[in-house]
Design a protein around this ligand. Structure first.
Ligand SMILES: Cc1cc2nc3c(=O)[nH]c(=O)nc-3n(C[C@H](O)[C@H](O)[C@H](O)COP(=O)(O)OP(=O)(O)OC[C@H]3O[C@@H](n4cnc5c(N)ncnc54)[C@H](O)[C@@H]3O)c2cc1C
Length: 345
């Protein structure tokens, strides 16, 4: 059984950041194991790369240069460096450098291209059962990501990864079809925009809340994680809070006509948030272990990071949100890694 000081599970933006910050903290690459079935920049690499993100290019660039071990200055000609700093961009522009960083980390740390199935603690060490072998690590960071939530339905659903990918969505024959979109977040706006750019007969948007917009203030951003930004905000102001396009109808979820409107739909798309991906079972616990929302601690020597374990933040006016975003995961690591280094099994 191979033994390490640290094991990072997951190679999305959070896992890549964790490897980078461990190396920056002086942990020897030989002491780090990294496990992921793909090593393809997680879900933004596999599913969301055609989505126009909600983060300004300058923030993504700050994220890429935040970690010394990323050594991003070695490749100055990634496409992201030629984009407008003040705008958001397709996520493929940040996937490109993150893929390069992944390849260069894979040459340094010990990598295992498979899934972790279970974790067990014994004698101050974590035993990680992978599909084909067992690893031992003193400390483990879970950066395993999240999947879109759905609701039970007898209708055909269009997966979010298709709804948010303009080219994949165009491959479906939706002419003369009515598509229901649940939600009013960034993903809902992107899905509706993609649908209305195509031949769909009608889009019915089922919503619970009024639209929410992020507001940039001097020292903080109001609704930084939950509010619409940049092009999604522009689209919503024009088409949701302005004049609805001819083929768009909106129905409040508590409305009496909601069920009949759902019946009219040929397809449904759910953009109603994300939940932790299938849990890795932590023995001997039968139920999923909670994590501390301030510092990511799950158990001694076991920590959570990324979209599955977001940090709870309170803005200066008392509004509470969960911090989700690549640069936020990285900044969170600056605060929590000094604690994690000491909080051993
Ligand atoms: C549509 C959309 C748009 C977004 N836009 C932005 C944006 O503009 N800017 C921004 O900063 N953030 C954005 N985000 C939020 C966030 O940055 C991304 O969701 C990001 O991909 C989350 O990174 P992660 O590493 O936490 O998870 P993931 O990217 O999901 O990576 C998790 C990894 O863990 C692996 N894994 C899971 N289980 C196991 C296991 N048992 N064993 C081994 N490996 C495992 C998975 O294979 C995967 O590779 C967006 C999110 C979405 C959904």
């Amino acid at each position: 059984m191979s033994q390490f000081a640290w094991c990072v599970v997951g190679a999305g933006p959070a896992g890549i950041s964790a490897i980078g910050k461990l190396l920056d903290a002086g942990i020897s690459a030989k002491q780090i194991a990294w496990v992921d079935p793909e090593f393809n920049v997680g879900d933004i690499g596999a599913k969301w790369y055609r989505v126009n993100g909600n983060t300004k290019v300058k923030t993504l660039k700050r994220f890429l240069s935040h970690c010394k071990s990323f050594q991003i200055e070695q490749v100055p000609d990634f496409s992201i460096y030629s984009l407008n700093d003040e705008k958001s961009c397709l996520l493929e522009h940040v996937v490109e450098p993150l893929y390069w960083i992944t390849q260069h980390f894979l040459k340094r740390v010990s990598s295992f291209k498979e899934k972790v199935c279970t974790l067990a603690n014994n004698n101050h060490h974590w035993y990680l059962e992978l599909e084909h072998q067992t690893l031992i690590a003193e400390q483990v960071i879970l950066a395993t990501g999240a999947t879109p939530k759905t609701l039970p339905t007898n209708k055909t659903t269009i997966p979010l990864e298709v709804a948010l990918h303009d080219e994949k969505l165009n491959q479906l024959d939706l002419s003369n079809q009515t598509v229901g979109v649940y939600g009013s977040s960034h993903s809902a706006i992107v899905a509706m925009k993609n649908l209305l750019n195509g031949k769909v007969k009608k889009v019915i948007n089922f919503y619970r809340q009024p639209t929410k917009y992020a507001v940039c203030l001097q020292d903080f951003i109001l609704f930084d994680n939950t509010g619409l930004k940049d092009y999604a905000a522009d689209w919503a102001r024009e088409h949701i809070d302005g004049k609805w396009p001819d083929r768009l109808e909106r129905v409040h979820c508590s409305s009496e006509e909601k069920d009949s409107k759902v019946e009219q739909c040929d397809f449904l798309i759910f953009t109603i948030g994300f939940e932790k991906r299938d849990e890795i079972k932590v023995s001997p616990y039968k139920h999923s272990l909670p994590y501390n929302e301030s510092n990511g601690i799950i158990a001694p020597g076991l920590f959570g990071l990324g979209i599955a374990y977001p940090c709870r933040v309170v803005d200066p006016l008392g509004n509470v949100e969960h911090d989700v975003g690549m640069n936020k995961f990285m900044c969170h690591l600056d605060h929590v890694l000094p604690i994690w280094l000491q909080y051993k099994a």
